[in-house]
Design a protein around this ligand. Structure first.
Ligand code: C2O
Length: 463
């Protein structure tokens, strides 16, 4: 049984990352036709021939092989967690074999990068072995990264979500919406959205795009952390358990093992990490509650929020500029306007509902957009305008989700922020304007020249 350790808690003199670096160097010398090569492993996640990060790829495996093994990553899907667990397990096996072949230890395990560990002042930095030396003499280095991720929102709000799949009323589940094979587009699950997507686009470079992310050696430590958080979530118990439906349990994916042998593996094979290949656990995380059928007696406790008889939607697309966007949603629109919005399918009635969601739909664009912070502007009790942070949106996979091809519908990404508590608070303020909602969307970092983002529809939705 292997233990995947916290990269920031490796004892001094530990060689885990040194061996990783040596194995990566070896994998990079292998041709892209070899399933154990660096290029092949990254292409299992995504591949885009014309992206400059792929310029050195050379001869590709035959199309029939690529159709089965390449571009398989599962995003905005309830397969997000199991697929990435399988992907990491075979990758770890391949690296471990390379380490052993080089004369290293025979129990090499992937470490995890816990960027949410508040007690660690360095947690937001990509670990030093990946950035020093900061050039291509270092097999763990990649060009174009931000070496430190932004602090806000690496907190683990996703762990509070006590259901796995997205509910029929649109509330986002921890693990993602019910789909069949789904390479991207639509809404992300709770954990996928935050911190997963945010870390990707905030690092940027190859990590900012699913078609190149697997080329960055830090990708694997990020995903080990995401995989760890799946177990942390299950351990919290209550209603937190894996799906019980056979279209989730029995769904299978194709990989190659360390001996380059094709393998088929089902989601139900990876629910207990101790039984995945040679088995592993995470440092500090016991394995509890892995069984797919865990019936809980605990009732869902939902806070009660007085009904808000508004729901609003923008009736045009919003382009985000270098400074983001400012907009206002008309609440409680006039009757004529409401009828017009309604017939255009842009207005939904709230009624007696408990959650208020700020939704961004059909987000399309090009390039790697930074994380955007969303604020609702309102006057505080002294009449001063305040920007109230509502959450952030990270558009991982934006460009491909905007293009229609064999894996994507082209309708873009969707995001939603639960603003129930924030709106409830704002409504208690004396100057609250029940007629319109002022929203600003601001980039967390400078927006690159190739970046364009447009949001097809912004709405306040109540369920
Ligand atoms: Cu499949 Cu972090 O991405």
């Amino acid at each position: 049984m292997k233990e995947r350790k916290n990269v920031y808690k490796l004892p001094s003199g530990d060689k885990t990352l040194e061996w990783y670096s040596k194995a990566v160097a070896v994998m990079k010398t292998r041709p892209a036709t070899d399933p154990t090569s660096w290029y092949y492993q990254a292409a299992i996640h995504g591949f885009y021939a014309s992206n400059p990060f792929w310029s050195g790829v050379g001869t590709l495996p035959p199309l029939s092989e690529r159709d089965t093994y390449w571009e398989r990553c599962q995003h905005q899907s309830w397969y997000f967690l199991p697929w990435h667990r399988m992907y990491l397990a075979y990758f770890e096996q391949i690296v471990a074999q390379a380490v052993a072949d080089l004369g290293g230890p025979t129990d090499w395990a992937l470490p995890f990068w816990d960027y949410s560990e508040i007690s660690n002042p360095e947690r937001l930095d990509i670990p030093a072995a990946f950035t020093t030396p900061n050039d291509d003499s270092n097999p763990l280095w990649m060009p174009g990264r931000n070496n430190q991720v932004k602090a806000a929102d690496t907190v683990l709000t996703a762990l509070d979500i006590d259901f796995y799949t997205t509910l029929s009323n649109g509330m986002t589940g921890f693990g993602g919406p019910v789909t069949t094979f789904h390479h991207g587009g639509g809404y992300s699950g709770g954990l996928e959205s935050l911190p997963h997507n945010k870390i990707h686009v905030d690092i940027g470079g190859a990590m900012g795009d699913p078609d190149t992310a697997g080329l960055d050696p830090i990708f694997w430590l990020h995903h080990a952390n995401i995989d760890r958080l799946w177990q942390v979530w299950l351990n919290l118990g209550g209603n937190r358990h894996n799906p019980t439906k056979s279209d989730w349990l029995d769904f299978s994916f194709d990989f190659h093992d360390k001996d380059r042998k094709p393998v088929v593996i089902q989601n139900k094979d990876v629910l207990d990490t101790r039984k995945v290949l040679s088995g592993y656990t995470y440092q500090g995380v016991p394995v509890k509650n892995t069984e797919p059928v865990v019936e809980s007696t605990k009732k869902l406790v939902r806070r009660f929020v007085p009904p808000l008889d508004i729901v609003a939607a923008s009736d045009k697309a919003h382009e985000l500029t270098k400074t983001g966007a400012q907009l206002s949603l008309e609440l409680s629109p006039s009757r004529a306007k409401a009828t017009a919005l309604k017939s255009a399918g842009l207005l939904e009635r709230a009624g007696d509902k408990k959650h208020i969601l700020l939704r961004f739909e059909n987000i399309k664009g090009t390039g790697i957009a930074p994380v955007y912070s969303v604020y609702i502007n309102a006057s505080d009790k002294d009449g001063n305008k305040q920007a109230n942070y509502a959450g952030s949106i990270a558009l991982f996979g934006l460009e491909r989700a905007s293009t229609s091809d064999k894996h994507h519908s082209g309708s873009g990404l969707n995001e939603q922020l639960d603003v129930t508590d924030l709106i409830a608070h704002l409504r208690t303020l004396p100057n609250w304007d029940e007629k319109k909602l002022d929203i600003s969307i601001k980039p967390d970092r400078e927006v690159g020249d190739k970046v364009t983002v447009s949001i097809g529809r912004i709405s306040l939705y109540s369920e």
